[in-house]
Design a protein around this ligand. Structure first.
Ligand code: TXA
Ligand code: MG
Length: 353
């Protein structure tokens, strides 16, 4: 049985969050909102509790979790070494959507890190998340989706995936950023971007000038070896096939639209039913083809695209088509995170124009 509670995202009631905090201390699982996506949490110090997360999500046991903290003193509890640059990044970006990989302390349950000697740590900014951690303990949490599905950004996503699977669900409306946190590995020299997110690489580089951005962080195929785990766990994926159309020049929207139309017509000529996932700026340019169009946000503010992306990816299966052709976005700022998610969701099915 799952207890579902609704709280105000800005001014959560202490007595309601206390019910969820009690559950965490009792080694149970709690779904809670963060500013990125909803998380499925359990006490980071309890093996028994953390194992329940893997079961609820159907998550492979070799994929480690992020530890969520609410004060800087927690950082020293969960990490063994906190280098100077981690302190600087924390001062600048915490609380917020940045996750740092550091050396793990012994107190963190080994199930959290899937046996790795490192731990991923982040201090979320969402008032509900902060209150929940404050009233309980550092919380290990992956995104609150069933493994393989897009991360939940809206209340009904959470209910669809986690009702009957989590012990407590805290609902607090739509999340803000809509894509998961930026992850940097500070245990490597030079530091490596493991996952792009709302904190853009351009900003991180002011603090980590030698930050490495590997092809895998862009969601691009690096080699068959690097791809193997990704193939094993297809991410963010709707059942509908996705084809991404990427341009080398997004200032020329006419060119992008022509490229998308070509791919659409090719698919239609094979007798396939097709939809288009487009930006606000280009959506009307496809009206003549007469296929369903899902609008994902504006190119003028890519944060609007990030925010709606997972909702659109979840809804694409309801359009009743065989293929959805997705417009690419410029890899600037949060655009890098958007393209990483879209490429992965497509299973690297990319057409370049
Ligand atoms: O925004 C977010 O980060 C959300 C919210 C809930 O905080 N969480 C989230 O968790 O996206 P999850 O489990 O879906 O993604 C965590 C990622 C995984 O790709 C995992 O492999 C990586 O972090 N990770 C965790 N611990 C790691 C470690 N010690 N070394 C390298 N990667 C790690
Ligand atoms: Mg996830």
């Amino acid at each position: 049985m799952t207890i579902v509670l609704r709280v105000d995202p800005d001014n959560p009631r202490k007595d309601i969050v206390a019910i969820a905090a009690r559950a965490i201390l009792d080694e149970k699982t709690v779904v809670f909102p963060t500013e990125t996506v909803y998380g499925l949490g359990a006490s980071a110090f309890s093996s028994r509790a953390v194992k329940r997360i893997y079961v609820a999500k159907g998550r492979p046991l070799d994929n480690p979790l992020i530890v969520h903290i609410s004060r800087i003193s927690h950082l020293y509890e969960v990490a063994d070494e906190v280098p100077e640059e981690a302190v600087k990044l924390a001062e600048r970006f915490w609380p917020g959507p940045l996750t740092m990989v550091l050396k793990k302390s012994r107190s963190v349950a080994k199930e959290v890190t899937a046996g790795l000697p490192t731990v991923a740590v982040r201090m979320p900014a969402h008032p509900v998340a902060r209150m929940l951690i404050d009233m309980s303990t550092p919380i290990a949490a992956p995104s609150a989706n069933i493994s393989g599905r897009p991360s939940p950004t809206e209340e009904h996503h959470v209910l669809l995936d986690m009702l009957g699977r989590a012990d407590v669900i805290l609902l607090a409306g739509e999340t803000v950023f809509g894509v998961e946190s930026t992850i940097v590995d500070l245990t490597r020299r030079p530091p490596v971007l493991l996952r792009p997110g709302p904190i853009p690489v351009e900003m991180l580089k002011q603090y980590l000038p030698d930050l490495v951005v590997p092809p895998t962080a862009r969601g691009v195929r690096e080699s068959d070896v690097a791809l193997a785990p990704g193939m094993k766990y297809r991410h963010y994926a709707p059942r509908t096939r996705l084809i991404v159309v990427e341009s080398d020049d997004y200032s020329d929207l006419g060119k992008l639209v022509e490229g998308v139309k070509k791919v659409v017509q090719e698919a239609m000529s094979k007798g396939l039913r097709v939809a288009i996932i487009a930006s606000e700026e280009t959506a009307s340019m496809y009206r003549d083809i007469g296929v369903p169009i899902a609008v994902v946000g504006s190119r003028k503010n890519l944060y609007t695209v990030a925010r709606r992306l997972f909702t659109v990816l979840r809804d694409v299966d309801r359009l009743g088509v065989d293929v959805a052709v997705v417009e690419g976005f410029e890899e600037k700022g949060i655009g890098l995170a958007i393209m990483n998610r879209i490429r992965k969701a497509s299973g690297y099915n990319v057409v370049k124009i």
